[in-house]
Design a protein around this ligand. Structure first.
Ligand code: ADP
Length: 501
């Protein structure tokens, strides 16, 4: 055992399970990662194997400790962050899942959602949960399991089954089935949780036909839930922080004051704004959600997502063969002085907030004889930034507050052109921190605060350090001109499927 202690963050994501060790300065000491298999049994269905989620996550946890030449005795606590909404139901006695995990992306319950909308439940659900009715959230996925897997409803009604999002499942497995909990941030994504009263909502449980006995106890995001009882670590380690991935990233970015915003540029782009103790009702199709609860204080957030962000760059690489790696998009985009009048609306899978148009499709407009792969690539990067701009404006509108800065993370923030362009059109400062592992860091912070590893948020603020700041360089006039063209292009891409044949 060494004198210095570390916090172990477990980041169970959609495509991989990761474990990261942080030291007291909030720096990464070691990382381990394993991809997890994606199952697509039918078009629109996406599943994971819950046992694989567990063994991949627990094995990278053990691996990262060994990699750093440490043992469980050197670990102060564990923080968990996870893909949100993904739904697992298992047997309380045997811990065996009744079915695969139904992943957040899975659209099999779209019809149930459509029916709920048609039957006029939109306002009630929005009022209680802060969410728009959508197949992403856990409620309709649980209903599907109860209605479609033989014996599941009967066993659930007898109190024999547990439901959990991935955080609940991992805590259950780390404690040999003794502890069935979740935190408020994960609960707020189930579409069953009243974000005002902080209770599972009886009316919603009835609407979906879900027995309350299946549900985990809802805890704060920073407290000792239990110690691990697995033999994995050679000692018991307190599990002391839980938050869904986007909320954890907001915390890891130290967006701790109302009005502070972070955007993650990964496959999609996720913008989350801290709204303090207020639930802000969006007029622009953003979601109201719980950021975290620490002690007795609940912090709320507004959230908007772009479905296709970095994925548009993947498409240029794998679908179009215009580039051979993601980084090349920057070199190619900056090889031309401007977009040459080309606009790309990357609505490859519909459009998220503020448009919420599942019938929109990708559109590249303004092509002339002079258009080159460089223009298309530049238009792709700009298209990512324009979508983020639209969400930022929606947030400013909903909160009646202009934004002054945005903190950024995710794979695509390596692209300096993208970040500079983002700052130009938003006319706001874009800040890229040194530690980009903000999701895992947020989980580590939440756990470390609960165990006294870090004293308070002031202690954490000392650790904040900037890699690069981007300030608006373009003229306002030019920004307005290109934003006008972008919105013209969006109008062309919207409702494409319906208008087609
Ligand atoms: P996720 O967690 O969603 O898998 P990551 O945060 O790992 O995503 O980011 C990967 C995404 O970032 C990919 O879609 C990739 O195309 C994009 N990306 C990575 N590097 C760059 C770059 N230099 N420029 C633009 N996009 C990039």
């Amino acid at each position: 055992m060494k004198t210095e202690k570390y916090v172990l963050a477990l980041d169970q994501g959609t495509t991989s399970s990761r474990a990261i060790l942080f030291n007291h300065n909030g720096n990464v000491v070691a990382k381990a990662q394993k991809p997890i298999e994606q199952y697509f049994p039918h078009p629109g269905w996406v599943e994971h194997d819950p046992n694989e989620i567990w063994y991949s996550q627990s094995s990278v946890a053990a691996e990262v400790i060994a990699k750093a030449d440490l043992t469980g005795l050197d670990i102060a606590c564990i923080g968990i962050t996870n893909q949100r909404e993904t739904t697992i139901v298992w047997d309380r006695e045997t811990s065996l899942p009744v079915y695969r995990a139904i992943v957040w992306q899975d659209r099999r319950t779209s019809d149930i959602c459509k029916e709920l909308q048609e039957n006029g439940y939109t306002d009630m659900i929005r009022e209680k949960t802060g969410l728009l009715i959508d197949a992403y959230f856990s409620a309709t996925k649980i209903k599907w399991l109860l209605d479609n897997i033989e014996g599941v409803r009967e066993r659930a009604e007898k109190g024999k089954l547990c439901f959990g999002t991935v955080d609940s499942w991992l805590v259950w497995k780390f404690t040999h089935g003794r502890i069935h909990v979740t935190d408020v941030s994960n609960a707020s994504r189930t579409m069953l949780f009243n974000i005002h009263t902080l209770q599972w909502d009886k009316e919603l449980l009835e609407l979906f036909g879900i027995p309350e006995s299946m549900l985990p106890e809802v805890k704060s995001s920073s407290e000792i839930y239990s110690e691990t009882t697995t033999t994995l670590f050679s000692t018991k380690i307190p599990i002391a922080g839980i938050a869904g991935d986007q909320q954890a990233a907001l915390f890891g970015q130290l967006c701790l004051e109302p009005g502070m915003t972070k955007t993650t540029y990964g496959t999609g782009c996720f913008m989350v704004m801290n709204t303090g103790n207020e639930v802000i009702k969006s007029e622009n199709n953003l979601l109201s959600t719980i950021a975290w609860k620490i002690g007795n204080t609940v912090t709320y957030a507004l959230e908007g997502s772009v479905f296709v962000g970095g994925a548009a760059i993947q498409w240029l690489r794998d679908g179009m063969n215009l580039i051979s790696n993601a980084a090349q998009s920057e070199t190619l985009a900056t090889s031309v002085p401007d977009n040459g009048g080309v606009y790309f609306v990357p609505a490859l899978t519909g459009m998220g907030a503020p448009y919420w148009d599942q019938y929109a499709r990708g559109a590249i407009l303004g092509i002339t004889r002079g258009t080159t792969p460089a223009h298309i690539t530049r238009a792709t990067l700009e298209g990512i930034a324009f979508q983020v701009y639209d969400i930022l404006k929606a947030m400013e509108h909903d909160t009646q507050r202009p934004s002054t800065e945005m903190r950024v993370d995710g794979g695509a923030v390596a692209n300096n052109f993208l970040m500079q362009f983002q700052s130009n059109i938003c006319r706001t400062k874009v800040i890229r921190p040194k530690v980009l592992e903000t999701t895992a860091l947020g989980a580590a912070y939440l756990a470390g605060l609960a165990t006294g590893f870090w004293r308070d948020s002031e202690d954490l603020r000392q650790q904040w350090s900037v890699d690069k700041e981007f300030n608006p360089e373009d003229t306002e006039e030019h920004s307005e001109k290109i934003l006008h063209m972008w919105h013209k292009a969006v109008a062309r891409a919207q409702a494409w499927e319906e208008l087609g044949d």
